[in-house]
Design a protein around this ligand. Structure first.
Ligand code: AMP
Length: 445
């Protein structure tokens, strides 16, 4: 078995690793570090959770330890698809480079240009950026990429999903062709293959096994769900979600709830909060400080439920979640593997539950084909339609109500609030209290 001390890393780096408590390199580290230290290009096929961040950060720090940064000309560049991932790489860099004098700058949206420009002006050894922000700085004429000796592309498959490949190509062309490239992707889609063929030179290919797809420590289940009426689908589905959470009891210490759309991430978080669950959303439309804040709370354990989109959650290093709930069946079967890989980490047990609507059954089949097993069917925990969910009698007489576009939270009924009783059509959620009162009186009578 390889030891860190066999890897020819800078002693200062070795000391930082020891302080971090790592005893031995992970397979991607053992595979990638020697080639990277030899100055070779590396093509790493690995996903988050495998220790891939250290597999490029550790050799970078070692290689950069000699030499000095010049103003506006970073010596190395790490590109990550999202702000959180870039921030996470920066945090890793701080841990592993703590015994060196290397400097870094983080260029991500949501942070002022001025602050970032001051850092670049001073000269940085490592520039960590999202592609869009990097190009913004470049176009402002504040940044030169001709001094880049090492370039890292992290989570390339996610960059592809997010439409960043043209930006990446442009950035590659702005850096010297003599640079060393360390390129990481969880999968090798044809477009990724093309990029690596174009921009990597005779790379050392290191592939590590996918994180547990159907790991024995993750128990899975899927509820086949059919709404009683189309315009009630969102409301009823959220009810199923709450019932699934409740059924897990205390075993559910914390969970990530994945939705396919940003609007649903928001709606789910709002809805759960409304029902007294400690939940918050994370997606690309929230401002940076808010996202970091929510993430930190989730990591600290002060937030129990994180509602997330795939893009926002991809690659986030969250140590242990007891549960993953798939509010939607993901459109890409691969995403299912990524999502459920958030639980059952490091030998712990985990549970992954999913809600599948009729129209998502095709996607469910694709997932089952990929993971080569049938996901056990779980009975819908919402067994009977409760009285307040039956179409109110008045509704038949009233003009048909059109489903709201977002089928949003406003149509939800909180238990024991006044809307739990038969609602009055046409009043929306703003039922004047005198009307509610007359209902009470009628009932009493
Ligand atoms: P990553 O795949 O880079 O997101 O890393 C996943 C987690 O593994 C992070 O929390 C790292 O701090 C941790 N990690 C990285 N390398 C090692 C190692 N050699 N031993 C133990 N933990 C590690």
């Amino acid at each position: 078995m390889t030891k860190f001390s066999d890897l020819k890393l800078d002693p200062k780096v070795l000391k930082a690793i020891e302080d971090a408590g790592y005893t031995e390199p992970t397979p991607i580290q053992a595979g990638a570090i020697p080639s990277a230290l030899d100055g070779r290009d590396v093509l790493g096929i690995a996903q988050t959770g495998t220790g891939k961040t250290a597999s490029f950060t550790l050799p970078m720090i070692t290689l950069l330890s000699k030499g000095r940064a010049r103003a506006r000309m970073p010596r190395s560049l790490v590109l990550a698809p999202t702000r959180e991932l870039a921030a996470q790489v920066a945090e890793n860099f701080d841990i592993y480079a703590k015994n060196t004098k290397l400097t870094k700058a983080l260029l991500i949206g949501g942070v002022s240009f001025k602050e970032q420009e001051t850092l670049i002006d001073r000269g940085v050894d490592v520039l960590i950026a999202t592609p869009g922000r990097l190009l913004d700085h470049f176009e402002r004429g504040k940044l030169l990429l001709t001094g880049v000796q090492i370039m890292v592309v992290d989570e390339a498959d996610r960059m592809l999903d997010m439409g960043f490949i043209p930006d990446i190509e442009r950035i590659f062309n702005l850096t010297p062709f003599t640079r060393q490239t360390l390129f990481f992707s969880a999968t090798m889609a044809p477009e990724i293959e093309r990029i690596t063929n174009t921009f990597l030179s005779n790379p050392a290919k290191v592939e590590v096994a996918r994180a547990a797809t159907t790991g024995e420590n993750i128990t899975q289940g899927v509820v086949l769900f059919k709404a009683s009426r189309r315009d009630r689908e969102g409301t009823e589905k959220r009810k199923v979600l709450r019932a699934l959470i409740d059924a897990e009891g205390n075993a559910c210490t914390n969970a990530i709830i994945f939705c396919n759309r940003k609007t649903d991430v928001d709606i789910c978080a709002k809805s759960l909060k409304k029902y007294g669950y400690d939940a918050a959303p994370i997606h690309g439309d929230l401002d940076q400080s808010k996202r970091m804040d929510i993430l930190q709370q989730f990591r600290d354990g002060t937030l129990r439920f994180l509602c997330a989109s795939d893009v926002a959650a991809r690659g986030l290093d969250i140590p242990s979640v007891s549960h993953v709930f798939n509010y939607d069946v993901p459109g890409h079967a691969e995403d299912y593997v990524h999502r459920i890989g958030r639980t059952g980490r490091a030998g712990r047990t985990g549970r992954a539950l999913m809600i599948c609507s009729k129209r998502d059954e095709k996607n469910l089949n694709a997932i089952e084909e990929l993971v080569k097993m049938e996901i056990p069917r779980v009975e819908n925990p919402v067994k009977s339609v409760e009285p307040h969910e039956k179409p109110p009698v008045e509704e038949k007489a009233a003009a048909p109500r059109r489903a709201r576009k977002s089928d949003g939270d406003r149509s939800e009924r909180k238990p024991n609030n006044r809307q739990d009783r038969n609602s009055v059509i046409g009043m929306g959620d703003h039922l004047p209290s005198f009307i509610a009162k007359s209902f009470e009186e009628r009932r009493a009578g």
